[in-house]
Design a protein around this ligand. Structure first.
Ligand SMILES: N[C@@H](CCC(=O)N[C@@H](CS)C(=O)NCC(=O)O)C(=O)O
Length: 268
């Protein structure tokens, strides 16, 4: 375990910060070159090879620490979304593991809400996965991951209906049906428009939804003995494809942490 260099006010407690350094796949190109061909009276034409701002120093990200295995990444679908974005943009990053059951003072000083993920960009800590995703897209536009606005909310009700069903104590209260309807609508969307939300290429909306589907699969399997119906073939194949990506495997939570993470919602 190494110590982390963070803001001067936190230097005194830096020795207590658990820190993991992760780098994207070294086989991928880190630096690319943008070639623009100015035409007469036309906007410069981008020939497709791009130079964007690239982080030379790893970006710092505060993440939940595992509750089952010390010094490991814990379960948080919002955090995995950010790590996937960093991976897909080939940006190096350092994880600062935070014990959310016993939040350290240095963390509460930089995160007034006490929530992860938190990412440091231009010397400022940014909270909230929506805001972080947008900030990363603006600062590091290559490769572009933004989902067109008209598709950005596809599948967005799946997570809340999953939680409704997970918490339900009455098998006839319609929560299972509500989740089934959302999953079916998403399956049908993929059949028409897939294999990803924005068609052929993975984009920000997939990187947000896939970690939530991963939680859904593990938590409902464990607490409800329920799984996504085999009849939803497009959804099944979507999950299989994304869950087996190197970037997903590298940033996913351990199943035991997912189970422990949802226990209070199920039992509470
Ligand atoms: N809207 C936030 C939600 C973040 C969030 O709820 N994070 C959880 C962990 S998954 C958290 O930090 N909870 C605080 C706690 O458990 O005390 C985002 O998108 O980043």
């Amino acid at each position: 375990m190494s110590t982390a260099k963070i803001t001067p006010s936190a230097t005194a407690i830096s020795a207590t910060i658990k820190h993991l350094s992760l780098r994207p796949n070294p086989n991928r190109t880190l630096f690319t070159t943008r070639i623009s061909v100015p035409g007469i009276g036309r906007r410069p034409r981008n020939l497709g090879v791009a130079v964007s701002a690239k982080a030379t120093e790893p970006l710092e990200v505060c993440v939940k620490e595992s509750v089952t295995t010390p010094n490991k990444l814990g379960d948080c679908p919002f955090t995995q979304r950010i790590l996937l974005t960093l991976e897909e943009k080939h940006l190096p990053y350092d994880l600062k593991l935070v014990d959310l059951r016993n939040k350290p003072e240095w963390f509460l000083n930089i995160s007034p809400e006490g929530k992860v993920p938190l990412l440091k960009l231009d010397e400022k800590w940014i909270p909230d996965s929506d805001v972080i995703t947008q900030a990363l897209e603006e600062k590091f536009p290559e490769p572009p991951l933004a989902t067109p606005p008209e598709k950005a909310t596809v599948g967005s009700k799946i997570f809340s209906t999953f939680i409704g069903f997970l918490k339900s104590k009455d098998s006839n209260d319609g929560t299972e049906q509500a989740l089934h309807s959302e999953l079916t609508a998403f399956n049908n969307y993929l059949q028409e428009n897939g294999p990803f939300i924005n068609g052929k290429a993975i984009s920000a909306a997939d990187l947000s939804l896939a970690p939530k589907l991963y939680h859904l699969e593990i938590a409902l399997g464990h607490y409800k003995k329920w799984s996504v119906p085999d009849s939803l073939t497009y959804l099944k194949s979507y999950m299989k494809t994304i869950f087996s990506m190197d970037s997903f495997i590298k940033t996913r939570a351990q199943p035991e942490d997912v189970i422990e993470g949802w226990r209070p919602k199920v039992e509470g």
